[in-house]
Design a protein around this ligand. Structure first.
Ligand code: PMP
Length: 401
């Protein structure tokens, strides 16, 4: 067998989408003009396919802080924190995140993906059981494979199903890891954390919540879904990323107790990779200050999310269940999805095309994501583009439910 033959089915599938138009897989954004504007395929577009929820990628304070760190501390750390040492900025960011989240221990990782591998992969060893929401992100699944734990999936957002499976585990439930997310990245819905926390209090287990899409976005202070639902005390570890509301790259884990610190010596994805560059750390520290001091950004984000959700719902599109900064629109088959996605670019709007198996239940989605930096006018332009396509030949008359 030739080296890449094992991917021949995938290659054939992808080739079907690689004709003359722009490709939805690895789209080239030729120019970036601002948090919400860019150029794709020679066309100026509104960017509505990012995770730039608070619109901070061009925040002047973050840029100045990053430039300063670059000039003073250089371009990279060139090594891991364990082998080569931490810079002051890494330690300061951990302390600032710990204060922001009111938790005694925070570890910074090089990406959110690595944070999940590093924490879950270390705790979910071969003798452990992990109870996982079926729609959890690939990094969480990969972390369970890395750790070698027994994985039991429960139905997405179904606390009763979780409870049934925990009861079936008997005594083993007491040591199981329960892993869910804050906002789910495909459908934009949120975990029923109150019910899950209650089950955990009754049956045991340890609760880990990945707030990748909800940190900075939910809660009165931006501490995520755990804050919004008042269950912070029930959550053993909060996981997060710097690549969305904090507008850079990196990840973190925040422990309920200082005992989590032992992972610095046990977690291979923490130990065996280079630490984030000083400029990244500096821009994240600046963005975190902005998250804490400018709650109006969250208000703007949610007001934009409602405007887009209501606008698309009024056009008769089938959307996700909740108003959310992630607004998925169901568009039928993969082929319809591709045509629809390209037509949106022609109309000046960039979103994400997401195909099965990355989507739940085999549906094809064009996924819009909203930013606090979108103006109401831009949101209306996005709705207008969807309005033009609502009656186009691309879609079936009836929208799939
Ligand atoms: N967790 C979830 C729920 C995610 O959606 C993502 C990325 N989309 C990650 C983790 C990984 O984050 P990062 O991009 O920082 O690696």
């Amino acid at each position: 067998m030739a080296l890449y033959d094992r991917f021949s089915r995938l290659a054939a599938e992808r080739a079907r989408f690689q004709d003359s138009g722009p490709s939805p897989f690895g789209t080239c954004i030729e120019d970036i003009y601002s948090a919400t504007e860019g150029r794709i395929g020679g066309k100026n577009v509104i960017l509505a396919g990012t995770n730039n929820y608070l619109g901070l990628t061009f925040d002047p304070n973050a840029i100045v802080a990053a430039q300063r760190a670059l000039a003073i501390e250089g371009t990279g750390t060139t090594g891991s924190r364990m082998a080569n040492g931490s810079y002051g900025g890494h330690m300061a960011l951990e302390a600032e995140l710990a204060e922001f989240l009111d938790r005694p221990s925070v570890m910074v990782f090089s990406t959110g993906y690595v944070a999940n591998l590093g924490v879950i992969g270390s705790l979910a060893g071969p003798r452990e059981v992990v109870l996982l929401d079926a729609d959890c992100h690939a990094s969480i699944y990969d972390a369970c494979v890395l750790g070698g734990a027994e994985v039991i999936r429960f139905q997405h957002n179904d606390a009763k199903d979780l409870e049934r499976r925990m009861l079936r585990l008997g005594e083993r439930a007491k040591d199981a890891l329960i892993i869910v997310e804050g906002i789910y990245s495909m459908l934009g819905d949120t975990a029923p954390l109150k019910e899950i926390a209650e089950i955990k209090r009754r049956l045991g287990g340890y609760l880990i919540v990945d707030e990748a899409h909800s940190f900075g976005v939910m809660g009165a202070n931006g501490r995520g879904l755990v804050e919004a639902l008042g269950v912070e005390d029930d959550v053993d570890i909060i996981l997060g990323t710097f690549s969305k509301s904090l507008a850079a790259i990196g990840g973190f884990a925040a422990g309920k107790t200082r005992e989590m610190e032992v992972l610095r010596y046990a977690s291979r994805p923490y130990i065996f990779t280079a630490s984030p560059s000083p400029s990244i750390i500096a821009s994240v520290r600046s963005a975190l200050k902005t998250v804490a001091s400018r709650p109006e950004l969250r208000e703007r984000l949610w007001s934009n999310a409602r405007r887009l959700y209501d606008g698309l719902a009024n056009l008769g599109y089938a959307l996700g269940p909740d108003v959310s900064p992630v607004v998925p629109v169901m568009v039928g088959t993969k082929e319809q999805g591709l045509q629809f996605w390209r037509a949106l670019i022609d109309l000046g709007v960039y979103v994400n095309l997401v195909l099965p198996p990355a989507t739940p239940a085999g549906i094809t989605l064009v996924r819009c994501s909203v930013s606090a930096a979108h103006t109401p006018k831009q949101i209306d332009q996005i709705i207008q583009a969807f309005s033009v396509l609502r009656t186009s030949a691309i879609l079936d008359k009836e929208q799939p439910e």
